[in-house]
Design a binder for this molecule. Sequence first.
Ligand SMILES: Cc1cc2nc3c(=O)[nH]c(=O)nc-3n(C[C@H](O)[C@H](O)[C@H](O)COP(=O)(O)OP(=O)(O)OC[C@H]3O[C@@H](n4cnc5c(N)ncnc54)[C@H](O)[C@@H]3O)c2cc1C
Length: 480
Amino acid sequence: MKYDVIIIGAGLGGLTAGAKLVKEGKRVLVVEQHSIPGGYATTFKKKDFLFEVGLHEMYGPAPGDMETKIFNELEVFNTVSFIRIPEFYRFVNGQIDVTIPHDPTAAAERLCNLFPGEADGIHAFFALLLKPRKKATENDLPDMSLGAFLDSIIHNDDLKLILLGNLGYYHDDPYTLSLAYYAAAQGSYFTGGASFIKGGSQQLSDYLMGYIRNHGGEVLLNHLVTGIITENQKAAGVLYKRKSNAVTDVSAARADEVIANTAMPNVAALLPAEYGEVLKNELQYQKTGASLLTVYLGFSKPLRELGYQSYSSFIYDNSVTSPREILNNNKDDFSRRNFTFVDYSQVDSALAPAGKGVGVICCIDYLDEWEKLDRKAYLARKKQVALTYIQRLEQIIPGVSGIIDYHDVATPATLKRYTLNPEGAVYGFAQSPSRKAINVSGLPDNLHFASAWGKTGGGFSGVIYSGYLCAMNILRKRRE
Ligand SMILES: Cc1cc2nc3c(=O)[nH]c(=O)nc-3n(C[C@H](O)[C@H](O)[C@H](O)COP(=O)(O)OP(=O)(O)OC[C@H]3O[C@@H](n4cnc5c(N)ncnc54)[C@H](O)[C@@H]3O)c2cc1C
């Protein structure tokens, strides 16, 4: 059978594209190498606990935003529940402990009370973030880094660090993060608030897969795409095989359009050499973004019973005294590396049974440190990292180490193994100010991209937009 569209990968970008296309009557096949849909938007069960792989908080969905429009169209709200996150984040280091609300006026006021001499800079910061979204991404912003911008409006390094608390949602270094990209994304958290998905992000992924199937589309799990077929300068379909089968045991499926939800660099290897080289050359100017390490924690009781009340806390080490030190800290020993702690049980997340709790410790990390280890050294290092971070969490939440029922660690190698993302990257390419736009005009024009590696960047919202816009492009093109 010939499909209208084949999608390589059932991450959120691929699933959103697929759902929109089947809604418009297209015959769609999604091929996913993992046994469950969602890519990073997944959960897994251990003991009594359900652990979230790739969501701390997503922005919105708020009335009038694009996510709400997409979710309304795909009837997501009928089945999937979004729980509002009470505060944006808490920032903690040796000297400071401050919680930043989602409401920008309240956030600015809190910071002005703490740093009265910096009121002008604080207002300039929020004014930029609250500019209408379109404006922030247009060329009205100088091509500068977030770090350089903060240095130009604020003097106090503690204040800069507080504002950079959740930098890890985007990148590992404020001095190579595009201000325009950051302003659009961070601004959304301040204008639309944030949510967690009740029962974990798998709920959304499962829903979208169901939507595709219920509208006549096919989703093949446990199948790996091994090549993209091209004919007459067009993508003509894919070669795929059951994941457990031999490399020679491949089938072909044909389509008018092909969407890659798999990472862009992977596509270079899937294409015939002449196109693969074109894409590789184009991508040589892009820098792959950072990965994350997560320590999953199952608690025998909710942390509220220990008096803990924050959803998302960013714990900065005392050795970090200015934004210039953040990048080195992200490569420092885990006994000093900044981390975030998310206590999902602060909201009705439905990840733990009644009377228990679930949380994660998460930090920026890189694949190279893990890749070079043999199995024994890898497991020993995982054990050591968990121990180190649990001890550090104990300093913030006394008594927490005594109520841990279960813990495990996912490294960048784990992320890469489950999603095939190069370097275990979580947000695609680094969003640096000098980033060259990717020009795919040398590739077949019916090969499309919908993922964190595309124009809209990573994160839940970024890839949902990416999938939706990709579907819209195909629909427009096929109507012409
Ligand atoms: C620990 C962690 C915390 C995060 N926290 C947040 C957060 O709080 N808020 C937020 O907005 N974002 C967060 N993110 C980022 C967000 O989860 C990702 O940016 C986003 O989900 C990526 O979606 P994607 O569509 O690009 O696909 P991916 O999730 O990368 O999925 C790609 C899919 O393609 C499949 N695939 C790849 N190659 C092939 C092939 N050859 N054949 C078949 N299938 C293939 C993979 O198996 C995978 O399922 C977090 C991520 C992680 C890991």
